[in-house]
Design a protein around this ligand. Structure first.
Ligand code: NDP
Ligand code: 2IT
Length: 449
């Protein structure tokens, strides 16, 4: 129950309007709980209807995506783009291709993206899109035909000053290449800035591939340093997932002196007590899109266990969930705490349920929420847009330095906001408030409500 009658009314309205959108309700409630601490100081929120405007997407696009498989059979998927907020810049956010994609998932992701993008300090609004298409088990040509059909409709809704999609689960360099090719074909124009995460030879930025995982570790490093006078050095790290975010979080955690001992996919997890050999993981995942279980066949001393949640029974000092939403519930969180964890940082979007976050915070575990911790991906997308506008590319070192600076700033902005709200160290509140204040000020300044 929210203290503010106004916020409670907004929340009830969100539930009544879309009763089945549980993930979206979850994301909204967490933000409203943070706003509950400051709403009394901002009578304009209720007077100008700011919060009810903020929780409703500016525009939701939904379309059919027909495509032919290699046998010539027709399949029809559903495509979406949720253009949630363009207050501080063009809509910006990834595309997810996964069978679980629906309006609730994309609205929660688009909503979180508004605040995340605001935290980066770059001029980007919030959006998310995707499809219930499952790229697993599909040939390259099937994925290509799907992407072409998807972009045949999406192209009319996006543009470098309008909406700039990128990758997310199931959408990586291969898919962005096919999507960009189709955009160029139907528009007859080389608008490099219309998508980010592009290949390096056609307008992509160095470090974008690594950015989310690297950024997660940079923010975690700063949090450990400032809040516990600690570092990654000598720490045992468990990372869930084995996709883009997990792989490059593993790489950076190891570079910073940590020992990553476990990774997972949706089927199960590997445990390698001597430290994950990332070359083997990259060969499996990036080389031939294999399953993580192959690692145990190839690396002596490692094991594979069925069931992806079991990974959280492995004791660690630092936990980085990097797979998907709602992976860690209250009981898993208690196990992680009992095993002595020092810090948890969310590489995935909303991997921890609200009760899990409470368990971590009450136990005094450092906790970095996704919208701060995984903002490095979209921040580097913003840097890719800058380079596209300049028609120039920065070096790896230059982009990496900017990414690190952005992540350090995000930590301090969230930390300072938590202090100003009277809950020092609560980075959930800090990130929500620091992200929201800028967006709400702009909504008022532009007369958007
Ligand atoms: P990938 O598609 O590269 O990898 C996803 C990983 O998560 C895979 O190991 C996958 O396993 C696992 N996974 C996906 N869905 C489920 C599920 N329902 N249950 C269990 N495991 C699952 O995606 P990313 O690494 O890019 O994304 C991971 C997370 O990070 C997502 O929450 C995404 O929103 C977030 N994120 C991504 C950013 C980016 O730049 N890519 C930026 C910021 C956040 P399997 O192969 O078995 O499906
Ligand atoms: O969740 C996210 O921040 C992303 N998937 C990255 C979005 C982007 O536009 O780079």
């Amino acid at each position: 129950m929210l203290k503010s009658e106004y916020l409670q009314r907004v929340y009830t309205g969100v539930i009544t309007r879309d009763p089945d959108q549980r993930e979206f309700h979850q994301a909204v409630l967490e933000v409203l709980e943070s706003l509950d601490l400051i709403v009394d100081q901002h009578p304009e929120y209720e007077e100008r209807g700011i919060i009810e405007t903020f929780v409703e997407p500016e525009r939701m696009i939904c379309f059919r995506v027909p495509w032919d498989d290699d046998q010539g059979r027709v399949h029809v998927n559903r495509g979406y783009r949720i253009q949630f907020s363009s207050a501080i810049g063009p809509y910006k956010g990834g595309l997810r291709f996964h069978p679980t994609v629906n309006l609730s998932i994309l609205k929660f992701l688009g909503f979180e993206q508004i605040l995340k993008n605001s935290l980066t300090g770059l001029p980007m609004g919030g959006a998310k899109g995707g499809s219930d298409f499952d790229p697993k088990g599909k040939s390259d040509t099937e994925v290509m035909r799907f992407c072409q059909s998807f972009m045949t409709e999406l192209n009319r809704h996006i543009g470098q000053f309008v909406d700039v999609p990128a990758g997310d689960i199931g959408v990586g360099a291969r898919e962005i290449g096919y999507l960009f090719g189709q955009y160029r074909r139907v528009r007859g124009s080389y608008d490099a800035g219309v998508l980010t995460g592009k290949g390096l030879s056609f307008g992509g930025s160095l470090v974008r591939t690594e950015a989310t995982g690297y950024g997660l570790c940079y923010l975690t490093e700063e949090m450990l340093k400032c809040m516990k006078k600690e570092s990654f050095e000598g720490k045992t790290v468990v990372i869930s997932g084995s996709g883009n975010v997990a792989i490059f979080a593993t790489e950076k955690a190891a570079q910073l002196g940590g020992k990553v001992v476990a990774l997972s996919d949706s089927n199960g997890y590997i445990h390698d007590p001597s430290g994950i050999d990332l070359d083997v993981v990259k060969d499996i995942k990036l080389g031939h899109r294999g399953r993580i279980r192959e690692y145990a066949d190839r690396v002596p001393g490692s094991t594979y266990t069925e069931g992806f949640r079991g990974i959280w029974n492995i004791p660690c000092d630092i936990a980085l969930p990097c797979a998907t939403q709602n992976e860690i519930d209250g009981s898993i969180a208690k196990t992680i705490v009992k095993n002595g964890v020092m810090a948890v940082a969310e590489g995935a979007n909303m991997p921890c349920l609200p009760e899990a976050i409470r368990v971590f915070q009450e136990a005094g575990v450092l906790f970095a929420p996704a919208k701060a911790a995984n903002a490095g991906g979209v921040a580097t997308s913003g840097l890719e847009m800058s380079q596209n506008s300049m028609r120039y590319s920065w070096s790896f070192e230059e982009v990496d330095r900017r990414l690190r600076d952005i992540m350090v700033n995000i930590f301090h902005n969230a930390y300072n906001a938590s202090q100003e709200c009277g809950v020092p160290g609560d980075l959930v509140v800090g990130a929500n408030i620091a992200g929201f204040l800028k967006v709400s000020q702009v909504m008022v300044a532009q007369g958007l409500i």
